[in-house]
Every structure is written in C-alpha cells, then in structure tokens.
Design a protein around this ligand. Structure first.
Ligand SMILES: [Zn+2]
Length: 387
C-alpha cells in the first residue's frame, strides 16, 4: 500500500487516486532560460521514480509538466543575448527535452508552454474579477487574499506571518499578501493587449490555468521544489479553489528538497552550477540516479562529486549480478525484492530501496539466485539501464 507525505496534513497518507487507475500529477517545470542543473534533475527524477513505481502497481501516471516562458528572467535573457523571445524559449525547451532523454525520463505525458494558454489565463482572471476574488489597482490585477479563508494553510502561516511579506508591491493594494494576476508593465519587451490593459499574466495564474485546462477541477499530486510552497503554490491553491469551487483541488502536495553546491543553492551567479548533462557525459545516467536516490527526496543533498563517483561500485555490482540471472529467484531474493517495493511504498524511501538492491547483489554474487524477471523489474522501476 503506497503512502506519500502530504505537505498540507504534514503526515504520510495512504495514496488513492481520484480517478480509478489514472494518477494525475502536475509538476512545476523549468523556466525557459537556462539548462537543467542537478537540482532540477532531482525533481524530475524523483517524479519519474514515482511514476515508474505507480506503473508497476497498475496505475497510469499522467504527468503534466509546465514550461514557464512568460517570466522576468526569460525577458532579461532575450535582452542580454539580443535574441528573439521565440527563438530563445524554443532553444531552451528543446534542450530540456534533450536533458529528459539523457536522464532516461519517459514518464512525462504532457509538456505545456505557458504562452500557449494566455487566452485561458485572461478568461480565468476575468472570472476571478467577476466573482469578487480579484480587483484592479493602478492597471494591475490582484487576487484579494482576504476572500480566501484558507490562504496560508499550505505554507502554515498565520495572517500575522502573511502580513510580514511584501508580495508584488504596488500602489492601492488592499492587503499586503494580495498577489498579482496581471502585471500591466510593458517593461518586459513582450506583452499582450487585453481587457485589463497591456501586460502579462503573472506567474501563479499560469500554472492554475494549465492545471485546469489539462486536469479539470481536481488532480492527485502537485510536485516541485520545496522553495515553491510560498508564495507560488499558496497562490495557486487559492486560485484553484476560487475558480474550480473545489474544497480539495489537489490531494497531495509533495516536495523535493534542494541540492546544495558548496553549501549554497545552485545558481549561475554563484558559479556553483553542476549541469545534469555534464554528469551524465562524465559518468552516466545510472550513476546520477543512484546518487540522487541515495538521499530521501525530502532531505537536502550537499552535492559532492566524490560521493557521486562512489556509486560506481554499486553499479559494477549490478552489472555483475546481471551476468548471474537464473530461471527463478530464491526465497531469500524474492523476500528482498518484496522489501524493495515496500521501501518505495513508504513515501518513496529510495535510500532503503537502493540498500536492498545492494543486498540482493551481494546475495546473488555469493551464489544465490535471481530471476531475469525480478532483476528487470527492479531496474525498470529505478530507471537503470544495464546492458
Ligand atoms: Zn509552478
């Protein structure tokens, strides 16, 4: 029985999908102005592992990833590189798809670009205004957080905590925590002319619209990096509730923790970014998976290349084990295989699952038996390609 940690209830809950055997998963995807570093890789690999585990359990994982191309950083990059907006975002979306391929991620069923949904975003903002959840102030449109009685629920903040933030500062906002739906600035070099004036749909309404258009009023899991909880997902949840009039539009909020490099978050400006493609080129994608999955997805990783390279020992053992496949598995190995799936059932406990694989390899290399079927199943779920 699969249990996943839900960020709202702060506990592991038994997983049940909202639609029979289909599991709808929304992942906050890349902003299209940079390449995939291993912090990003960790997010996509974690949900790839989850999707693979769900498949093995008989579910169909329907994984939607949004690609943010309406964003300040994207616009800054077009100016910095004197490049056309469409050309820039096309380049980075192609590179992202290439990175997914390099990481052996084939579980994403839908890739959505924010700019393809602008008319729907405009419709949603209009609906929020019409229903009294949003208002105009100095050309911008804001979500009125005082109308959402559970605002702060996801990030566990009281009204006092929320008031300490200065979100989306602008004149004539009603509450400190009100956030932008439409930014009327034309400083971005790219904008739409809509009934609210010239501007761009802001970050949070982009996700909400993409989720509603693809999944409707309710989906099973929302995933992404834990730094997105506030304000991004708090805003997304408030919008979803107001637009879909559903009490629980998302059943599980599931977050991956950061990969730190030299003690800090990876960023280009700090010069500590490690690209997934570079690691894969130097080692391979199996090593990247074994390394990232050796820490539970809710724990931080302090990236260290030596720790990563040490995973080669386990990979070598796995390769040797493949040379010893039998017709059937022994009782001991069957019990260990069962244990592997129990580990993943326990909130995707990949470190314990990897330890179990290690034990299986030791057992088989000491003369015990594993069937091809069992071996292939373990590799398939972990996304390891052993030739
Ligand atoms: Zn997002």
């Amino acid at each position: 029985m699969l249990k996943l940690f839900d960020h709202i209830s702060k506990r592991k809950k038994i997983f049940q999908s909202s639609e029979h055997d289909r599991v709808k998963i929304f992942l906050c995807g890349p902003t299209l102005y940079d390449l995939t570093h291993i912090g990003h890789a960790r997010i996509f690999l974690t949900y790839d592992l989850l999707a693979r585990h769900l498949y093995e359990k008989g579910f169909l994982a329907d994984v939607l990833v949004n690609m943010t191309d309406i964003n300040q950083n994207v616009f800054n990059k077009t100016i910095e590189q004197k490049i056309d907006y469409h050309e820039l975002t096309k380049f980075y979306s192609d590179e992202f798809v290439q990175d997914l391929f390099l990481m052996n991620i084939h579980t994403i069923t839908r890739l959505a670009r924010a700019s393809d949904y602008v008319p729907n975003m405009v419709e949603n903002i209009s609906q929020l205004i019409d229903n009294g959840y949003a208002y105009s102030a100095n050309g911008n449109v804001y979500f009125d957080t005082s109308k959402s009685n559970e605002f702060g629920h996801l990030s566990k903040q009281s009204q006092v905590d929320l008031d300490l933030h200065r979100l989306d500062i602008g004149p004539n906002k009603k509450n400190h925590s009100d956030f932008l739906l439409w930014n009327s600035s034309d400083d971005f070099g790219f904008y739409w002319h809509e009934k609210f004036g010239t501007g761009i749909p802001w970050w949070h309404i982009q996700d909400t619209t993409i989720a509603l258009e693809n999944f409707g009023a309710q989906y099973d899991i929302h995933g992404g990096a834990d730094e997105l909880v506030f304000p991004h997902h708090e805003a997304h949840l408030a919008q979803l509730k107001s637009l879909a009039e559903t009490k629980e539009p998302v059943k599980f909020w599931m977050y991956t923790s950061l990969v730190l490099s030299k003690g800090e978050k990876m960023s280009k400006s700090l010069g500590n970014m490690v690209l997934a493609r570079d690691i894969i080129k130097k080692y391979d994608q199996n090593i990247l998976r074994l390394y990232l999955f050796s820490t539970h997805y809710r724990e931080k990783i302090n990236y260290n290349e030596q720790d990563l390279s040490q995973k080669k020992m386990l990979l070598d053992k796995i390769h040797l084990t493949k040379l010893k496949l039998s017709e059937t598995s022994s009782d001991t190995v069957s019990a260990l295989c069962k244990n592997f799936f129990e580990c993943l059932d326990d909130d995707l406990d990949s470190p314990s699952a990897i330890n179990t694989i290690d034990r299986i390899c030791d057992t088989v290399l000491n003369g015990d038996r594993i069937s091809k079927e069992d071996f292939d199943k373990l590799m398939r779920v972990m996304g390891l390609v052993i030739r």
